[in-house]
Design a protein around this ligand. Structure first.
Ligand SMILES: Cc1cc2nc3c(=O)[nH]c(=O)nc-3n(C[C@H](O)[C@H](O)[C@H](O)COP(=O)(O)OP(=O)(O)OC[C@H]3O[C@@H](n4cnc5c(N)ncnc54)[C@H](O)[C@@H]3O)c2cc1C
Ligand code: FES
Length: 366
């Protein structure tokens, strides 16, 4: 059972990653070290009180437990975003914030004997869990190779550029990074006052977007051809993820080797809920009961009666609110964080679940 309590953690360092993003390092005291052990690709949930309202958000760890001494996250500003801007502009070194221990399934077990190829497709802040995975694989599996295809808008928006370059040299022949930019900065040259000048770029990498064709070509060009096992990790904007996923499906890649992490949020989950269903839930050994109101999800009903259920993104994208159905049934309106076998075994994301039976019994203690 994962620990879904919050612990006060001091910020040890804040470093700019770009002009729109920062990297936070946490000072994990020795009494909390064990609770904050993590796997590459997992995330932390941070809790804030902003303008009198509690806000929780998930942030993937960009550090690796096997190569980094500090526990770190990278946070990119979202336009009008409450928490990402708070972190980028208000937080200071030495501040203490509430942090839930690591969670998440965007990971795969590593073994020093493995000889695998890992393909990581990322965009923007989606690099954070991919960086953690890249470093961990490179260090733990010397016979495996890691290919990162990383999409950004322009040169200024590339997070961890220097670290990625250093990792390519450190793990030469093992780690391969390809950058691609939508809109590299143009340098107009020649012509009368530059008016008839042709656009030229200082950027020597790829230009455009990772679409299905590019993703497919990237894999074909890098494949070893010796039939070694492959894993695919995707984290970025919806368009990028959908394009890569369709390329992988066309190649017949088995779902179990395809791993996705979605950062985007969703609104109005629960809108279709009619209300009236009785929910009984076990949370940390205690029993709670609630009759749902119209438009309420299972999680929202339990929050209304102060049952303190665990949650983070409220969008069906992380797995903090996961529970197991004991009896009755629910429909999930958005489920981006559980795999097929977990769903078949009765696991649900309560933040996106609405009942389809009059009574539902669930447990969070799984
Ligand atoms: C498992 C998981 C891991 C995550 N890891 C990271 C990470 O490592 N680094 C990171 O920067 N973010 C990460 N996120 C996203 C993060 O949790 C927040 O959603 C993000 O910082 C926006 O929060 P906010 O309070 O600033 O915006 P909000 O105030 O919640 O939203 C403001 C507006 O922005 C839109 N919006 C919200 N999130 C995004 C987004 N990601 N992209 C574009 N538009 C958005 C909303 O729909 C809304 O219109 C992760 C999310 C999940 C679920
Ligand atoms: S709180 Fe993130 S999936 Fe429900």
């Amino acid at each position: 059972m994962s620990d879904t309590h919050f612990y006060p953690i001091k910020i040890k360092a804040i470093e700019p990653a770009t002009d729109q993003a920062v990297v936070l390092s946490f000072d994990i005291t020795s009494d909390l070290k064990e609770k904050f052990q993590y796997q590459h690709g997992q995330y932390l949930t941070l809790k804030f009180n902003i303008n009198g309202k509690e806000e929780r958000r998930a942030y993937s760890l960009c550090s690796s437990q096997v190569t980094d001494t500090d526990v770190k996250i990278g946070v990119k500003r979202v336009k009008n975003g409450k928490v990402s801007n708070h972190i980028n502009t208000v937080l200071k070194v030495g501040d203490t914030i509430d942090v839930m221990p690591p969670q998440g399934h965007f990971t795969v077990a590593l073994n020093e004997d493995n000889k695998k190829d890992y393909y990581l497709f990322g965009g923007g802040s989606g690099i954070t869990p991919l960086l953690s995975i890249l470093k961990s694989v490179a260090e733990v599996e010397p016979k495996s190779r890691v290919f990162l295809f990383y999409q950004n808008r322009n040169e200024d928006s590339i997070m961890f550029e220097a670290e990625l370059t250093a990792l390519q040299s450190r793990y030469s022949g093992q780690v391969f990074v390809t950058h691609i930019l939508d809109e590299p900065k143009a340098d107009k040259k020649g012509g009368v006052f530059g008016m008839f000048a042709k656009k030229s770029y200082n950027w020597s990498g790829e230009i455009g977007r990772i679409d299905s064709n590019r993703a497919s070509k990237y894999i074909n060009e890098n494949r070893s051809g010796d039939g070694r096992p492959e894993e695919f990790f995707l984290c970025g904007p919806d368009g990028l993820m959908n394009a890569v996923e369709s390329a992988l499906k066309n190649k017949g890649i088995d779902e179990k080797h395809l791993h996705r992490e979605v950062f985007s949020s969703a609104q109005n989950l629960g809108a279709a809920s009619k209300g009236g269903a009785k929910i009984t839930a076990t949370i940390s050994g205690k029993q709670y009961a609630v009759v749902l109101q119209p438009k309420e999800t299972v999680l929202e009903g339990l929050m209304r009666v102060n049952a303190d259920p665990p949650f983070s993104c409220m969008s069906g994208a992380c797995s903090t609110c996961m529970a197991k159905v004991i009896s009755g049934s629910v429909k999930m309106e958005r489920c981006l964080a559980l795999d097929k076998s977990e769903v078949e075994n009765g696991f649900i994301l309560t933040c996106s679940s609405i009942p389809t039976s009059d009574e539902v019994e669930i447990t969070y203690d799984v």
